[in-house]
Write a protein that binds this ligand. Structure first.
Ligand SMILES: [Zn+2]
Length: 49
């Protein structure tokens, strides 16, 4: 039971990553620190739908 989610940089709003998550473990919107090639540094990436 894994759901495909898109991760978007909160600073430039670009969607840089897609990943899967386990809805049972992470029912809320996910936030991950990821490298954004557009900001050229690590930023918080939020799950979008
Ligand atoms: Zn960015």
């Amino acid at each position: 039971m894994r759901t495909l989610v898109t991760l978007a940089c909160t600073e430039c709003k670009r969607r840089n990553y897609t990943t899967t998550k386990n809805k049972a473990n992470t029912p809320d919107r996910m936030e991950l620190k990821k490298y954004c090639p557009w900001c050229r540094r690590h930023t918080v990436h939020k799950e979008t739908r």
